[in-house]
Design a binder for this molecule. Structure first.
Ligand SMILES: C[S@@+](CC[C@H](N)C(=O)[O-])C[C@H]1O[C@@H](n2cnc3c(N)ncnc32)[C@H](O)[C@@H]1O
Length: 251
């Protein structure tokens, strides 16, 4: 199970931008009356709660490896449990599986996806979204600086390209819908790109360093990110972010 620590509050600082791909993903799910909906890697549960609103008659359950995230989700009333998606298997009544911004943390997900889809009942749908910006300046700069401390951050191999997801799922799917979107996000506040990646990408760095070392790491990374993503005259910062989506409909 992923041992990365999470800070639900910091993660939610960009809740609107992080919610947008979830809505775009859900818009392509067509199951009308699912019995059981599962959110794999639910995080703080704010988006899981939307699943209950979309399907009020479904049982909605959620899984996450982080105790902090599971607690935050439960406080929102989500039926969340601690567990590793890598060992999860669907119950026979699972008609919708959603995994939003999680599988880049799970190296075995290329094997898991066709296995999960095959284990779902006919007509069920599996919907996933993964960030695909590992070659963007934000991630390259963070990786370079982490490497100077002998820390390895994920690179572009953490996720597959869209055509690969389509091929992985097509064998067991009646149809597969795969696409990518680059959201040109407008962030506000000082060092917003550092704040963004601090709540996700940099969590393994945060875990590996003590407070003083992590503060020094951030202080070194901040000007590099400012140069790569300069603040505009109005104080806002453009932060383009590529994401890959797939919705597979079980035969
Ligand atoms: C970027 S957050 C996404 C949370 C939520 N799905 C959302 O869209 O807001 C990634 C989440 O995946 C969880 N996660 C990472 N690896 C996991 C694993 N192997 N099993 C279960 N959860 C995992 C983390 O604990 C974290 O809550």
């Amino acid at each position: 199970m992923s041992g990365t620590s999470w800070d639900p509050g910091a993660y939610l600082a960009f809740a609107d931008h992080r919610a947008r791909p979830f809505h775009d993903l859900l818009a392509r799910v067509s199951v009308s009356a699912p019995r059981h909906v599962v959110d794999l890697g639910c995080g703080p549960g704010n988006l899981t709660a939307l699943l209950g609103r979309r399907w009020p008659n479904a049982r909605v359950t959620a899984l996450d490896s982080s105790a902090e995230m599971v607690d935050a989700a439960r406080e929102r009333g989500v039926d969340a449990h601690r567990g590793d998606v890598a060992t999860w298997t669907p119950t026979p009544d699972t008609d919708v599986v959603v995994s939003n911004a999680v599988l880049h943390w799970v190296p075995s997900h290329r094997e898991l996806l066709p296995r999960w889809l095959a284990a779902l009942p006919g007509g069920a749908e599996l919907a996933l979204q993964v960030p695909a910006n590992f070659r963007s300046p934000s991630h390259v700069l963070a990786r370079e600086l982490a490497a100077e401390r002998d820390l390895v951050l994920r690179d572009g191999t953490a996720v597959a390209e869209p055509a690969e997801y389509a091929a992985l799922l097509a064998g067991v799917a009646a149809h597969v819908d795969v696409w990518e979107t680059t959201y040109v996000q407008r962030l506000t506040g000082p060092d917003p790109v550092l704040e963004w990646i601090g709540s996700t990408t940099l969590r393994p760095v945060r875990d590996a360093l003590d407070d003083a070392e992590y503060a020094a790491f951030r202080a070194e990374l901040a000007p590099r990110l400012r140069a790569a993503y300069p603040a505009q005259p109005d104080g806002t910062t453009w932060f383009p972010f590529r994401r890959i989506f797939a919705v597979a409909h079980r035969r």
